[in-house]
Design a protein around this ligand. Sequence first.
Ligand SMILES: [Zn+2]
Length: 200
Amino acid sequence: MAGNRRFMDEDSAHPNQDRGRRELLTGGQRPNAVVLACSDSRVPVEIVFDQGLGDLFVIRTAGEITDLSVLASLEFAVVSLGVPLVVVLGHESCGAVAAAQTALATGSMPPGFQRVLVEKVTPSLLAARSQGADTGEDFEKHHVVEIANHIVDRSPGIMERLREGLCGVVGMRYRLSDGLAEPVASYGLDIDGVPATEVH
Ligand SMILES: [Zn+2]
């Protein structure tokens, strides 16, 4: 969050991008966080959090949707690399969320494999609607929360680390306009304005 603040303020430090860091990392990696983000070109993860080489383990899919490969990558980072923080990063004006909204409203699906995007985002929109959400912002935030919940529910390895206090999971929505990555959900961590969700 400090790095995101620097980026917002046009005060990025561009840390860990020199020759020394490159050479140090030939011995292995110990990233601070694993980030599952949307592939949208306007949300480059290392840039918006002002991080460098070896700092973030990044997985990106359109609409930050998950499948077995994504869950495997998350578990590799958390369980095998010991990464203590999982971040799910959605964003303002997400095309995948908009496509699912359109499909719900009109019944028209995108062609080819793109329909998978709609299939994977629609449950989040239905959950959001049932709680009275009706704006794109609401849907984007709910989708991030649903993906974070899904990761915790589906991954025994991540759940176990959460229970042991060895990792936290945070959902955030990035605002294109001012660059803020706003926390919207948290497991295992108390963040200003976002109380940690109980893990059972
Ligand atoms: Zn997106």
